[in-house]
Design a binder for this molecule. Structure first.
Ligand code: NDP
Length: 391
């Protein structure tokens, strides 16, 4: 049991707060903090349990330290934007508080794509007796745990991992992103880094496309994309030769994105407009629908999983481990669509596993480095059941 601090009151923050409130046996005091009070208070009002709220600028480690001490926090879930990861980890290292996040840290004016700065906290977390679990949303996150499960229980050797992600849902808007538009558009348009034949290779965005059969959805075209789990899975799954990430997009979505890119609306470098600097992508985010408001209008299914190829008992084996999620079911559970749901629920289970002792190992870890069994046993009950399809 312990007190939890959630930082970030967006779409994912809503899911995390609702799920923590459903698990009051573990989370005794719940505090939801964000840059402004309004969104946190709106979420707290939705929940039929006492959830405290606070304002914090998580770019400032000292401000987070102060809040941690004021609330006597034991575990912190960071679901703000990736720019705050290092400041929040600094606060946890200083106070010995357990840390959970759902995406790789980043910088506002350049794409970093490197875990080095977060891994550098490992010794300080060990010394402080704190556990840090990085990037434990769904992808990255649950898919990393699927890899550890396949390695432990299904294969003697995994040669290839294709992470496949299909959101077949519809929110009815011409163009909207299902999570933070800035992070989403940056990652879709970034050069694609994949692990092929034991080496990292770079290609251009949205160039490679392949068809996959998504259980519960059917055949869909998916595009090769940059995604942070490729970096850590290639490092921590022994002898793996290929790790790739594929995501489906509708033709309508891609057409909008290409136009926005062509006219400069997705630039992350500032431009001067009427004497003041603005970042086009941040302005675009301001214009687009807030992903946190998509819940009631999104219908349909998601399917995310890992397609493994390798060897078992001297024979080739090919297996898909996956989850299907229904947007409407997620909304009924926590008033959110499935993309935020599949991100927030694993983070809450992780906080639970840290507090229960199953994942309480001092240091900083990616999910595939930890024992997959307690997570795979618990995630179905939390709302994200998994299945195995022999290919
Ligand atoms: P949103 O943009 O909807 O929400 C982010 C929240 O963080 C907002 O409430 C924002 O406040 C707050 N915030 C931003 N900066 C600060 C700051 N300096 N101090 C305190 N609070 C701050 O994002 P999402 O909820 O969609 O996503 C949250 C995280 O989840 C992101 O890091 C995203 O990359 C990650 N994610 C991971 C996925 C996975 O599967 N691994 C999938 C989807 C998302 P304000 O509203 O005032 O700006």
């Amino acid at each position: 049991m312990g007190n939890i601090l959630i930082i970030g009151a967006g779409g994912v923050g809503r899911v995390v707060a609702h799920k923590c409130a459903q698990h009051r046996d573990v989370f005794t005091d719940i505090c939801l903090a964000s840059r402004t009070m309004e969104k946190s208070e709106a979420i707290a009002r939705e929940i039929d349990a006492e959830v405290r709220t606070a304002v914090v600028d998580a770019d400032e480690a000292n401000a987070v330290v102060e809040l941690i001490r004021e609330r006597n926090v034991h575990v912190l879930i960071n679901v703000a934007s990736p720019y705050q990861n290092l400041a929040i980890m600094e606060a946890c290292a200083q106070t010995g508080v357990h840390y959970v996040d759902t995406s790789l840290d980043d910088e506002r004016d350049r794409i970093k794509y490197d875990y080095a700065d977060q891994w550098a906290f490992h010794e300080r977390f060990q010394a402080a007796g704190a556990t840090g679990v990085l990037s434990i949303g769904f992808d990255p996150g649950v898919v990393n745990v699927y890899c550890a499960h396949a390695q432990k229980h299904l294969f003697d050797l995994i040669e290839t991992i294709d992470i496949i992600d299909c959101n077949d849902g519809d929110h009815g808007y011409e163009f909207a992103t299902n999570f933070d538009p800035e992070t989403n558009i940056r990652e879709i348009l970034a050069d694609v880094i994949t692990f092929e034949d034991g080496e990292f290779k770079t290609t251009k965005a949205l160039e490679s496309c392949r068809q996959f059969d998504f259980p519960g959805i059917g055949l869909r075209d998916a595009y090769l994309m940059t995604h942070e789990e490729v970096l850590s899975i290639a490092k921590f799954i022994p002898d793996v030769r290929n790790v790739r990430f594929w995501m489906t997009f509708t033709e309508k979505y891609l057409r909008h994105l290409r136009v926005l890119e062509n006219i400069g609306m997705t630039l992350i470098e500032p431009v001067v407009y009427e004497g003041r600097e603005i970042v086009p992508l941040q302005f675009l985010k301001h214009l687009l629908p807030d992903p946190a408001t998509l819940g009631p209008r999104t219908k349909g299914k998601t399917c995310i999983g890992c397609l493994f190829e390798g060897q078992k008992d001297g024979r080739p084996r090919k297996v898909l481990i996956y989850n299907n999620c229904q947007h409407e079911t997620c909304y009924a559970d926590v008033q959110s669509q499935a993309v935020s749901y599949t991100t927030g629920v694993p983070a809450v289970l992780t906080a639970r596993l840290i507090l229960s002792g199953d994942w309480a190992i001092p240091g900083v870890y990616n999910p595939e480095q930890l024992d997959p069994d307690p997570f795979m046993n618990g995630i179905g009950r939390m709302g994200l059941p998994w299945k195995v399809r022999e290919e």
